[in-house]
Design a protein around this ligand. Structure first.
Ligand SMILES: Cc1cc2nc3c(=O)[nH]c(=O)nc-3n(C[C@H](O)[C@H](O)[C@H](O)COP(=O)(O)OP(=O)(O)OC[C@H]3O[C@@H](n4cnc5c(N)ncnc54)[C@H](O)[C@@H]3O)c2cc1C
Length: 466
């Protein structure tokens, strides 16, 4: 079939236009490569445009640990009046918040300005292999099956689709194959922020606060800080008995969940995003399982809105203003790479001579029912992600960017967040362009010292933080 179908070529072919893929595309282009980006969704951006806060952009001490392509997109959001800020949640972390509607425009503009051809509605479902190289992928466009070739392929599908189709080794979930639950994120506008902020200040027991030992404050002091920040960025808790949420779960009017995470997505619309719905036991690489989960998740969205309107001051006049464009999948496959990101290195904030990106998010693994594992990085530090974690074993011209990096499961529970995925994307795109320039397209031929220098020159953060 590959002989008879239309063909397109670029130096660097990027599969998946989410946090990792957008950053990789920008970085590869800025380093001189031609880039083609293939995205199966109807819009480009993946979880960048789903309404989530960008975590892992700073460590728990507030030191920025991601730059480069992230900064390009945030500047564009500022120009569109869609940058909210980077508040602290009084619990564990800082989050970078934007209006997802502005981010939709920012992503398209950033790619178009760099003449990065981006095909949406284009799902990669096969690969063409020659020895240790993936020469191209077959994707379905509106015009039918098409062959896309690249000297280097960036697999930023989140699910390691290219590596899997090429026969590379992958792991999935824990030793029993258990995966984190799926979630549908939604937004409500016309929330009375001042009223809600007073509720947070006066009811710290309803929230999870001061979980990170680097916070030398009581939960009540943290709640007061959130009030003073003007940003309702907090987690209503459903884990411990006696709270409004855990009572509602007990009574059956709310589904089982760890909490209701809320954060501002637009100050102008007085709008909050919510991460709370959840269904366990769903494999995000199984389209039928996702289809079955969707209607249960939309029911949960309505339950959550009813709960908030009935129980939480500030929500009486609030209404639904957005639903994420797809079911959110936290975890599927991760590759087996030249190196493996170790959990103990993550928790120790370990730096590596071949570190090409920096993470700082706590180990964050959602489980069934109300369970969630949360373990902060020691001392609020950040850790390095070694280059080899992005290089799948057995292939010379493939690099991954995003949550499918080679990692122990708990380490992945930290490195999977958007900020870190973008930092890995910057590294993967830069390495891809360097491999093309060097002539062989081999990612292993890229000198890590030169790669680190290039990332540093382009605003990436790989040194100078705790
Ligand atoms: C419900 C939920 C809540 C989360 N909360 C947060 C949070 O608050 N803050 C945070 O920072 N992180 C959060 N995360 C984690 C974070 O969003 C992701 O792990 C991160 O976006 C990973 O980036 P990525 O580039 O690997 O994947 P994605 O951003 O998912 O991008 C992958 C892209 O590849 C595309 N794709 C997939 N397969 C193919 C294919 N075969 N062909 C073409 N395109 C393909 C997808 O459509 C998608 O656009 C959350 C995740 C979920 C699901």
């Amino acid at each position: 079939m590959a002989q008879s179908i239309p063909r397109h070529h670029a130096d660097v072919l990027v599969v998946g236009g989410g946090a990792g893929g957008v950053a990789a595309s920008i970085a590869a282009r800025e380093n001189g490569a031609s880039v083609l980006l293939l995205e199966r969704g109807s819009a480009v951006g993946g979880e960048l445009i789903g309404g989530l806060p960008f975590l892992g952009t700073a460590n728990a001490l507030g030191q920025p640990i991601v730059g480069g392509p992230l900064d390009i997109l945030l500047d564009k959001c500022r120009d569109l009046d869609g940058y909210v800020g980077r508040p602290f949640d009084g619990r564990l972390m800082y989050g970078t918040m934007v209006d997802p509607e502005a981010m939709k425009l920012a992503v398209v503009e950033a790619l178009a300005e760099r003449r990065i051809r981006t095909l949406v509605g284009t799902s990669v479902d096969d690969v063409v292999i020659e020895g240790r190289e993936v020469r191209g992928v077959i994707a379905h466009t509106k015009g039918g099956p098409t062959l896309f070739t690249g000297d280097v392929i960036v697999d930023s599908s989140g699910d390691a689709d290219v590596v899997t189709r090429a026969g590379g080794e992958v792991l999935k979930g824990d030793e029993k194959g258990t995966l984190q639950p799926v979630t549908l994120v939604f937004r409500m506008s016309h929330v009375e922020f001042p009223v809600l902020l007073e509720f947070i200040r006066d009811n710290p027991d309803e929230f999870t606060l001061a979980e990170n030992p680097v916070i030398e404050k009581t939960p009540a002091e943290c709640a007061a800080d959130i009030h003073a920040s003007g940003h309702p960025f907090a987690m209503m808790q459903g884990e411990r008995p006696g709270s409004l949420l855990s009572d509602a779960i007990e009574a059956g009017s709310m589904y089982q969940t760890t909490g209701i995470w809320m954060w501002p997505t637009s100050m102008q619309r007085q709008e909050l995003g919510f991460n709370t719905t959840r269904i366990s036991g769903v494999d995000g690489t199984d389209s039928f399982a996702i289809a079955d989960a969707l209607s249960q998740l939309t029911t949960q969205v309505q339950q959550a809105m009813t709960f908030l309107r009935r129980n939480v001051p500030g929500f009486k006049g609030a209404h639904l203003s957005g639903v994420a464009p797809r079911v959110g999948v936290r975890e599927t496959r991760r590759i087996k790479g030249d190196a493996v990101l170790q959990t103990e290195d993550v928790l120790a904030g370990k730096k590596h001579p071949d570190g090409i990106a920096r993470g700082g998010h706590h180990v964050d693994i959602h489980g069934a029912g109300t369970y969630q594992k949360r373990v902060p990085v020691r001392g609020g530090m950040s850790y390095d992600i070694p280059y080899g974690t992005l290089i799948p074993a057995g292939f010379d011209n493939v690099v991954v960017a995003g949550r499918c990096l080679s990692s122990e499961r708990d380490a992945n529970g930290s490195a999977r967040v958007i900020g870190t995925a973008m930092a890995m994307g910057q590294a993967a795109g830069t390495a891809a362009a360097m491999a093309v320039a060097e002539g062989s397209g081999s990612l292993r031929a890229v000198p890590v010292v030169a790669l680190r220098e290039s990332i540093d020159e382009q605003g990436g953060v790989i040194s100078g933080t705790n």
